[in-house]
Design a protein around this ligand. Structure first.
Ligand SMILES: Cc1cc2nc3c(=O)[nH]c(=O)nc-3n(C[C@H](O)[C@H](O)[C@H](O)COP(=O)(O)OP(=O)(O)OC[C@H]3O[C@@H](n4cnc5c(N)ncnc54)[C@H](O)[C@@H]3O)c2cc1C
Length: 412
């Protein structure tokens, strides 16, 4: 028994006739998977989009959409809908123990603004776009594994009605930070290196306006805190860090941050609107597998989360599109298209991730991040370039390294 036919969010249709082999099965309907399904369906592939969750669903996230994400939302014809529902961001404000980097996004690169939109809304909109483009949505469907079926992969899929199979010539794996399936199928040899972050929605009477606030402060170091306005009188607040800080639990770290001077200045008492919840972030792109036989890996499943800022929606949308473009070439029989996909991900991200990892090293201690902030304050041109790179709006220059950047910040 296999599935077939069009599906709507939250609707899994079982039929008794054998389903066709799909050209493409996309596992995971977050930003990477939904974007991949949209672009592949638009290009004429028969696409199945599977997720173990039903939509709309929450995803623990800061909900920040960088300028780079905005460019992708335009390709999906979704920017207008995001603008109507989300908060527009025009400023960036990073505070270190000594010094501060305040910038107008319009000075930091294209397109010069960003948004915040809760993932519950964003992801449902993306999935809807993929279905409108012709993809078949199958939820709740957890992919448990797959086997080679000659000309296709046969996915073993768990649904509320039992275990079934979905077959496809090509697969895009877009399962985010959930690494269980990739580990089980030996795509990953060991548990990948992760950061971890905690998020809570709070009331923000009177603030924090149109600004993204990042704090590398005594309350958060070696991690960072963020306060992003959600545009509805509230804010998304969180703390992210590479490793748990000593014996302090993440909820305790968030509590300390909410009581810090910088958070209280922006939020006052910050009455909670949701429970605080934590989640891992995979930022190991430089070590992650990107392809396997009949499989392209996209988004956070390929480790595409910025090791400094923790953002990854933009890279998820981009890599989902790139995966779709290469899946079209593979299905058309072009040899070498899978390797070309891996090469294109390297072209897009290797330099940025190497640079951000080194910068992360500096920003994890009070002196490093203060030195960068003080230098940036004194050199507006370099400050804007730095903010542009951080938010993905400006390219990382060739041979960029952090020591050179720090020297430039200090010497002009
Ligand atoms: C606390 C926190 C704050 C963050 N803040 C930001 C931010 O402000 N801006 C930003 O750009 N990024 C942020 N990120 C990162 C961002 O959330 C991720 O990079 C992004 O969600 C990756 O998208 P994705 O599509 O690759 O994966 P996901 O969005 O995680 O989607 C993966 C999907 O796969 C499904 N799935 C998993 N396993 C299976 C399976 N076996 N079968 C079927 N379906 C499966 C899941 O249900 C899920 O829907 C943050 C992350 C965290 C944890």
């Amino acid at each position: 028994m296999e599935e077939s036919g069009a599906a709507r969010p939250g609707f899994f249709r079982r039929v008794t006739t054998p389903a066709p082999i799909h050209d493409l099965a996309v596992i995971g309907a977050g930003p990477a998977g939904a974007a991949a399904a949209y672009h592949a369906a638009r290009a004429g592939l028969r696409v199945a989009l599977l997720d173990r969750a039903e939509f709309p669903r929450d995803k623990i996230c800061g909900d920040g959409l960088t300028g780079r994400a905005v460019q992708e939302l335009r390709r999906l014809e979704l920017e207008e809908a995001v603008r109507r529902r989300g908060a527009r961001i025009d400023r960036f404000d990073l505070r270190a123990p000594l010094g501060r980097v305040a910038a107008l996004l319009q000075d930091a690169g294209s397109p010069g603004y960003a948004y915040v939109l809760p993932r519950r809304q964003l992801d449902a909109m993306l999935v809807e776009r993929a279905v409108e483009a012709g993809a078949t949505l199958l939820t709740p469907c957890e992919v448990r594994g797959w086997e080679d079926a000659g000309t296709a992969l046969r996915l073993s899929v768990e649904t509320p009605a039992g275990v079934t199979a979905v077959s496809a010539r090509q697969v895009i794996l877009a399962t985010g930070a959930h690494s269980g399936l990739a580990l089980r199928m030996r795509l990953l040899k060991r548990k990948p290196r992760s950061m971890v972050a905690i998020r809570q929605y709070v009331a923000a009477p009177g603030g924090p306006g149109d600004t993204w606030h990042l704090h590398f402060s005594p309350a958060t170091l070696p991690g960072y805190g963020w306060i992003f306005p959600t545009g509805d009188g509230g804010a998304n607040v969180g703390v992210g860090l590479e490793h748990r800080r000593g014996s302090v639990s993440l909820p305790e770290l968030l509590r300390q941050y909410l009581h810090s001077r910088e958070a209280r200045r922006l939020l006052g008492d910050a009455a909670p609107r949701s429970a605080a919840r934590s989640f891992p972030l995979r930022c190991d792109f430089l070590a992650s597998p990107l392809i396997a036989p009949r499989i392209l890996i996209a988004g956070e499943a390929a480790g595409l989360v910025n090791p400094l800022t923790g953002e990854g929606i933009d890279y998820a949308l981009e890599s989902g599109r790139l995966a779709a473009e290469h899946a079209v070439r593979i299905v058309a029989g072009e040899s070498g298209a899978a390797a070309a996909y891996a090469a294109s991900l390297h072209d897009h991200y290797a330099r940025l991730f190497a640079f951000s990892e080194r910068l992360r090293g500096w920003c994890g201690n009070p002196w490093g991040v203060s030195a960068l902030a003080l230098g940036a304050m004194a050199r507006p041109r370099l400050k804007n370039r730095l903010v542009g790179i951080l938010l993905g709006d400006a390219p990382v220059p060739e041979r960029a390294d952090v020591a050179r950047l720090a020297r430039a910040l200090w010497q002009g």
